[in-house]
Design a protein around this ligand. Sequence first.
Ligand code: ADP
Length: 329
Amino acid sequence: MSRIFSGIQPSGELHIGNYLGAVKNWAALQHQFESFFCVVNYHAIIGSYEPADLVRRTHEMAVGLLAAGLDPAVCTIFVQSQVPEHTELAWIFNTLTPLGELERQTQYKDKASRQEQVMAGLLNYPVLQAADILLYRADVVPVGEDQVQHLELSRVVARNWNARFSSGAPYFPEPQPRLTPTRRIVGLDGQAKMSKSIGNTVGLLETPEQIWDKLRPAVTDPARQRKTDAGEPERCNTIYQLHRAFSPAETVAEVEVNCRGAKWGCIDCKKVLHQHMVAELTPIRERAVALQADPALVQDVLQAGAAKARVVASRTIADVKEKMGLPLA
Ligand code: ADP
């Protein structure tokens, strides 16, 4: 069976971009692949943060993932820092990653340009990500579109290591992305990728009232000033895209006709979307409420997940060290 790995930063509550671009897919794929899903807290300490907040956000992210359908009886779900082999392999991979490849990563350039002092961890982030994936020798990585370039780097690292140290068949697979049809969800501003750091998100666990408060003012087709103006769904980046993600095909067809023909206003259209979103998200929120009431259960799941992950991780590290002339402990 092929193996999948994917990670998510403990940035607090999951948003529907994470859900539609990645996590919903994980919940489906866990039944087809041997699956490892990781809350990547070492990635989250790049930049300033409060330790107590990080503890809380890590826990909340685990709650969100379990509520969204990851089943610890089927997949392995764990926290990165509880499996020390991740950072061990990252150091090894640092010695095989060309600096130029890291410097041309779009996310690095973006984030570095906004900072006065750039830490080495920001540059080396994709090396740790390569280690995360290759530690499990995963060949499929279900992610959103923003991660495709980083995955290319993981393939470079795998290739470089294999060329230097594999004898016979390549030891590390070259991991391939697995995208969803909703690979890039646009935020409520109708402009940028939905992202926590921009503040244009809808939280996966928000109540129907909170979701409505966010949908109501969300940007729609900018050319549609009045209800009587004919709209163009393709120009309505957020609401139309969310309809396609949450509403059945008949509703999406109705949206297209009613928007183009100015048969309803954007608020009518948003009300229908709201209904379909609430129908899909309510069971998730209810599961989260139950999990929030039992923090010890969530911690037990993560401990057991880390123990399962370490079985595979320690095997890989032992192989890697042996092939590289590094004695094991
Ligand atoms: P964020 O960008 O909110 O900090 P992460 O970087 O932790 O989230 O991403 C977790 C997963 O969610 C990744 O697979 C990423 O590709 C996916 N993802 C994040 N934002 C979006 C989005 N707006 N649309 C689709 N997928 C997304």
